[in-house]
Design a binder for this molecule. Structure first.
Ligand code: FDM
Ligand code: MG
Length: 212
């Protein structure tokens, strides 16, 4: 019987180096013969993903709740694929997940509980690594981009909500790690690797669902 592989989520603020670190992690897993697959949310390739993309690029406007539900639906359309990968022994490394969903929507004023509900019972990560960076350090890295949400005030609020989610996940027995992403790339990669090695080599329990 194939052993279930771990589900690893990388969350982070804009300019935290999330995409770079995700790529480095996947390279290293492959080099160590840990089969792994990258999944990225939003997945802009699906029909729902294209609506999200158009919203993020400000080509379309949507009600805050409508876009929130599309982000969640975009995860649900990939949920069974993620489970199949894990059950066939392939680790999934996910660049953003439901925690981004809550953090970004709640920072616009929607209720935290309301934001959480559509993601209840999605596959739960075995490890979540949150790449934390101050808006000041982000600015030093060249500042934010052009997309909706890439603004200092928004990022500050999003960061606060991410930290709250982390406290709740930890209190609930989940594994959430805050990583200081303001450091050099290699130092951050090394810390990420330590945590991933731990879950990749340890016992992975039965699959769990978010907030159930
Ligand atoms: N984002 C991402 C959300 O608002 N909700 C979500 O559920 C997810 C997954 O989309 F500003 C936001 C976060 C970010 C934007 O993400 C696009 P990437 O990682 O830059 O593609
Ligand atoms: Mg972005």
């Amino acid at each position: 019987m194939t052993r279930r592989a771990p589900f690893i989520v990388i969350e982070g603020l804009d300019r935290s180096g999330k995409s770079t670190q995700t790529a480095l992690l996947l390279q290293r897993m492959k080099a160590t013969n840990i089969p792994a697959q990258l999944v990225k949310f939003p997945d802009r390739t699906t029909a729902i993903g294209q609506m999200i993309n158009s919203y993020l690029q400000s080509d379309s406007d949507l009600d805050d709740r409508a876009i929130h539900l599309l982000f969640s639906a975009n995860r649900w359309e990939l949920a069974s694929t993620i489970e199949q990968l894990l059950n066939s022994g392939i680790s999934v490394v996910c660049d953003r997940y439901a925690f981004s969903g809550i953090a970004f929507s709640a920072s616009k004023g929607l209720s935290y509980e309301w934001c959480r509900s559509p993601d209840i019972s999605l596959p739960a990560p075995d490890l979540t690594l949150f790449l934390d960076i101050s808006p000041e350090a982000a600015k030093e890295r060249g500042g934010y981009g052009e997309e909706r949400y890439e603004k200092e005030e928004m990022q500050r609020k999003v960061g606060e909500i991410f930290r709250r989610i982390g406290r709740e996940i930890s209190a609930d027995g989940g594994k959430w790690v805050n990583i200081d992403a303001g450091r050099e790339r290699e130092a951050v990669a090394e810390e990420i690797w330590k945590w991933v090695e731990g879950v990749a080599n340890g016992a992975v329990g039965p699959s769990r669902r978010l907030w159930t």
